[in-house]
Design a protein around this ligand. Structure first.
Ligand code: HEC
Ligand code: HEC
Ligand code: HEC
Ligand code: HEC
Length: 340
């Protein structure tokens, strides 16, 4: 009697343990389109949470100092072409931050010239190509954050979004190492291939088979980059229809245009700078794609924001302005109401 009681308890224990093991948090599930047609997104909160905790631990926390202190970087330093409108203190903090975001192991001299004879660092020199590239990266990030907040949100992106503590980000593309469809991220705007006419005799659809192929290559790339399936953005019986597409598709369209603008406006001008080892098999320099930021997540870094507050990533580009006069001019007081 006693023994069987003990055995029953043992079995009960096993059952409880088994059911406790099943009670892991359920997989998240979100309906993104019309009901009943399978437009759902499934996400495992466990892998998401583990990933964001790991990220939070490595993102540098650098509090920007009071930003309105004199002197301004443009007045102090010799060769500042994009960050002149920061105070000297904030400029130096920004240098420390980009070192953490981009070259934490290599340090300042990953971008700054060291005289091989004397070992002295010449911060103003542009002799190291990585410094010239970084300056263009600042221009690109500022433009993304200022002009594409419809895509990246108000907090925007930082160098870390793509670089993740590495001088060379994990994902980028060259001609030849990605499908030809990726030209859509550079200089082509012909993704739409579906006919809008129901009856062939009423309209022409002169899209080539090749173009259709490129469209699908691009779409598969986009899906993989975000770690989603086609129905994240499309009602799959009506691919071209915008009214039945979830809002993510409009955001993706802005993303395509942003990537194109960044490659044309910032990566192409860097073409002459790249050393041979950064070039692809056809000799071209690296270019960005959705994956460069998204890294298989629908929202980069699961929305962890590390660039917020860094004005170097948001203020307009400042050329080496003659500061003394502009700064000597006090900001005019607001005109009181009723003044004629
Ligand atoms: C990832 C590249 C990169 C790293 C790493 C970097 N810098 Fe810079 N640095 C730049 C760029 C780009 C400029 C020019 C900014 C401009 O044109 O507005 C610059 C300019 C400077 C200047 C102004 C020099 C002058 O007189 O014109 C100083 C000082 C400076 N950096 C210090 C540092 C220090 C100190 C570190 C390490 C904590 C560092 N930098 C790390 C890219 C870098
Ligand atoms: C949208 C993604 C993205 C952002 C944001 C970004 N970069 Fe880059 N960066 C790239 C890509 C892509 C490359 C080319 C990779 C290669 O060198 O093959 C690159 C290359 C570089 C290089 C050259 C590395 C080398 O060894 O050739 C430096 C330095 C650099 N970036 C600095 C910065 C700085 C500083 C910022 C922030 C102001 C920044 N990047 C923001 C995508 C980005
Ligand atoms: C992250 C959002 C997103 C995902 C995921 C996505 N698409 Fe698209 N798709 C778009 C956008 C945006 C356009 C319109 C692009 C343009 O007009 O420049 C488009 C256009 C298309 C078109 C052309 C429609 C027309 O008007 O001719 C087809 C076909 C298509 N997608 C198929 C797919 C397939 C198949 C998949 C899955 C492999 C997929 N898409 C995944 C956003 C997405
Ligand atoms: C410069 C970095 C960057 C690049 C490159 C980029 N994105 Fe994004 N994307 C973001 C950020 C940041 C967000 C989150 C914005 C927010 O939280 O409001 C986002 C959000 C999105 C969303 C909405 C996700 C959701 O469910 O809220 C879609 C869809 C998207 N991106 C598609 C794309 C596609 C497609 C491409 C390539 C054509 C692309 N993105 C390239 C930074 C980028």
């Amino acid at each position: 009697m006693r023994r069987s009681h003990g055995r029953n308890l043992g079995i009960l224990g096993l059952v409880l343990m088994a059911s406790a093991a099943c009670e892991r948090p359920p997989v998240d599930h979100r309906t993104v389109g019309w009901r009943g047609i399978g437009m759902q997104e499934i996400e495992n909160p466990r892998s998401r949470d583990a990933d964001s905790t790991a990220l939070a631990a490595i993102i540098p926390v650098l509090t920007p100092a009071a930003v309105d202190t004199e002197p301004m970087a443009a007045g102090t330093y010799e060769n500042v072409q994009v960050l002149g409108n920061l105070s000297e203190i904030e400029f130096n903090l920004t240098m420390a931050a980009i070192t953490q975001w981009v070259s934490p192991e290599e340090g300042c001299t990953y971008c700054h010239y060291v005289d091989p004879e004397t070992g002295a660092v010449d911060m103003a020199s542009d002799d190291v190509y990585t410094k010239v590239v970084s300056r263009q990266m600042f221009r690109m990030v500022k433009e993304i954050n200022r002009e594409w907040s419809s895509h990246v949100g108000d907090a925007g992106v930082s160098c870390y979004t793509c670089h993740q503590g590495q001088p060379v980000p994990q994902y980028y593309w060259h001609f030849g190492d990605e499908p030809d469809g990726l030209r859509h991220f550079l200089d082509r705007d012909d993704i739409r291939v579906q006919s809008t006419w129901a009856i062939a005799s009423e309209g022409e659809n002169d899209v080539t088979t090749n173009q259709t192929w490129y469209t699908y290559e691009t779409m598969i790339h986009i899906s993989n980059s975000l770690g989603v399936t086609c129905t994240y953005c499309h009602q799959s019986s009506r691919w071209g229809d915008w009214e039945e597409s979830p809002p993510a598709r409009t955001q993706a369209l802005r993303g395509i245009r942003m990537v194109r603008a960044s490659n044309l406006g910032h990566m192409l001008p860097l073409e002459p700078e790249w050393p041979a080892e950064r070039r692809g098999e056809m000799g071209d320099g690296p270019k960005i794609e959705c994956l460069t930021c998204h890294q298989e997540r629908n929202v980069p870094q699961y929305g962890l924001i590390d660039g917020e507050g860094w004005r170097a990533l948001h203020l307009p580009v400042a050329v080496n302005a003659p500061v003394s006069e502009s700064q000597a001019t006090p900001v005019p007081a607001p005109i009181p109401d009723g003044t004629p």
